[in-house]
Ligand binder design. Structure first.
Ligand code: ARG
Length: 580
């Protein structure tokens, strides 16, 4: 969604860099020279307290190397460094840097109104595999995390100029589908399948497991059905399975549409089926495969992994890991990626270590580029949400409930709004997405409805609301602020300092979010921007400011704020409505 101001449309990123980057670069250069150190070793931090400037260098390490006292070194550097538009001050062992507010305001008011603020041209190929639900089962809230985190990482890398390949590795293969076909043949109902495909398939699956033990012929039928699937000999079996797949995908698609998520390739595990034999052959040729109790395994002790990777059962069927080996090989041949991210729950960590190590044992060095991006569980205030044990919390129901609650809030806040249903959808879905992304990825997330949908605090609705409120100022203004060259940035440099600093840090937050696979870093940057923005806005009148020049400058600040929030929310996959 395009933000309402007309940000200066641009052709290329500024040569010196975005936001606060050029100032940081100057500081690092000056320090490198004074200390005789490599710029790469100079990690600038955020000062520990407000009011200490924008950057800070702890001098402990450098003092130690020079055999000096840290506080003395800091004081000496503060006195001797001259950096254009930056002043240095020592605070004990820390060296703090303050960017001249007017210089900072000038840069941010020019850049943060650009539609391409923070874009880069890193020119690498990044594959992101995410979502990957299993067919014939409801997509549960755990898949939400993969979908939302994966989609955000894909967008972030794209913004930084990567060629991104999005893959949905749908779970559509394995012996469980033999069971499902057998159950369908026994108890399936056309009517029930039409009415609620996934619900009915889940029912069949559950019933199979209930009756399997007391009824050995059922297991026989399941094995036969899977053999038929694998060999492709029984066309009818294949058709049944195909139908289950299509019906499931149609259900998943509803969720993807609501989340605004797209894939370049939806390739189920079955897609790699005709490559599985070649994988086993490769493992034989490279001499890494061994027999163990009739099954075939690859030992990984040399990688410090005690559990061998099982690649073929005693019955000759292949496994989840075999299909992942095939998928990795196929993707490498097709895309020659610089990095391949697998956004999958932390409970599968061993699996990812295993098949990566198998490829490395085979001498496929590119497998170094495979990276598991794990994440924690989502817990309801009362416990874990899972499809097992009957406590099914479907993703779609979560979204529906969020939208319902959002509807009430929208109703109360803005009774005159024209399309309340649309606003509620955006607020509800946005709230769920943002809640997921604002947490550190590997941590478990506690899901609490009141917190998710609150309009105050660190929430999606809070950011959306800040954005919409500022967008309405721009609407009321009925004009854009003048181009940067005609705006007197110095007029707002002090009053909007904190906001401008946070906006100036946003490009860095985008880079770090991608590099650390941590969308939270951008989410937090946006929260700081909104907080500073609200604080400034509360005390400063934009339209009808004391002088026309001041109104221009303040309008430019609002444009930067609206544009920054819209861009950031867009990268996270949270809608940024103009009105709500
Ligand atoms: N379908 C699996 C599940 O829902 C996730 C697949 C993860 N990706 C992979 N390449 N193994 O648990």
């Amino acid at each position: 969604m395009a933000p309402s101001p007309k940000p200066t449309d641009s052709t290329a990123p500024p040569e010196a860099g975005w936001g606060l980057d050029p100032f940081a670069a100057r500081i690092r250069e000056a320090l490198a020279e004074a200390l005789g150190a490599d710029t790469a070793t100079l990690q600038l931090e955020r000062p520990r307290r407000e009011g200490l400037g924008e950057f800070s260098l702890p001098t402990f390490r450098h003092a130690k190397e020079a055999g000096r006292n840290p506080a003395e070194l800091a004081a000496e550097l503060a006195a001797s460094l001259t950096i254009p538009e930056v002043t240095a001050a020592a605070a004990g062992p820390f060296l703090n840097f303050t960017v001249e507010p007017a210089a900072l305001a000038r840069v941010v008011l020019e850049q943060a109104r650009r539609r391409d603020y923070g874009r880069a041209a890193e020119g690498r190929v990044t594959l992101v595999e995410f979502s990957s639900p299993n067919i014939a089962k409801p997509m549960h809230i755990g898949h939400l995390r993969s979908t939302v985190i994966g989609a955000a990482l894909a967008r972030l890398h794209e913004w930084l100029g990567h060629e991104v390949v999005r893959i949905n590795h749908v779970g559509d293969w394995g012996s469980q589908f033999g069971k499902l076909v057998a159950a369908w043949r026994r108890w399936g109902s056309e009517q029930a399948l039409e009415a609620d495909p996934i619900g009915h398939l889940l029912e069949l699956y559950v019933r199979y497991h209930e009756e399997e033990e007391g009824d050995p012929t059922l297991a026989e039928e399941a094995k036969r059905a899977f053999r038929e699937l694998e060999s492709g000999e029984e066309a009818e079996t294949r058709l049944v399975w195909k139908r289950f797949t299509e019906l499931s995908m149609r259900e998943f698609q509803k969720v993807y549409d609501r989340l605004g998520v797209e894939f370049d390739h939806v390739r189920g595990e079955s897609w790699y089926e005709d490559q599985l034999e070649a994988v086993i052959r490769l493992l034989e040729e490279r001499g890494v495969i061994e027999e163990s109790e009739g099954a075939r395994i690859v030992r990984l002790d040399e990688f410090g992994i005690e559990t061998p990777c099982l690649v073929q059962t005693a019955h000759g069927t292949t496994l989840y890991a075999t299909r992942d080996l095939a998928a990795a090989l196929s993707r490498w041949n097709e895309f020659h990626f610089d990095q391949a991210l697998y956004v999958v729950g932390a409970e599968q960590t061993l699996h990812f270590r295993q098949f990566r190590a198998v490829l490395l044992r085979c001498g496929e060095v590119w497998a170094e580029r495979l990276e598991h991006v794990p994440f924690g569980l989502i817990r309801l205030a009362e416990g874990k949400l899972s499809t097992r044990k009957g406590r099914v919390l479907k993703l779609e129901e979560v979204l529906d409930r969020a939208v319902e609650l959002a509807r009430e809030a929208v109703e109360a806040k803005n009774p005159d709004l024209e399309d309340k249903a649309l606003a509620a959808e955006r607020v509800g879905v946005g709230a769920v997405v943002f809640h997921d992304l604002k947490h550190q990825r590997v941590k478990d997330v506690v899901f609490d409805w009141n917190e998710v949908l609150s309009f105050e605090g660190d929430t999606g609705p809070y950011l959306q609301y800040t954005h919409a409120r500022c967008a309405s100022i721009l609407r009321k203004a009925g004009r854009s602020a003048p181009p940067a060259a005609e705006v007197d940035a110095a007029l707002v440099a002090e009053e909007a300092h904190e906001l401008l600093v946070e906006l100036g840090r946003m490009p860095q937050a985008i880079r770090e979010a991608a590099r650390e696979r941590e969308p939270m870093l951008l989410a937090r940057s946006l929260l700081r921007i909104a907080a500073a923005g609200n604080a400034w806005y509360k005390d400063h009148r934009v339209l009808g400011a004391e002088t026309p020049a001041l109104e221009d400058a303040r309008l430019a600040v609002v444009e930067a704020l609206v544009n920054g929030l819209a861009l950031g929310l867009g990268l996270l996959g949270v809608p940024a409505p103009e009105e709500m």
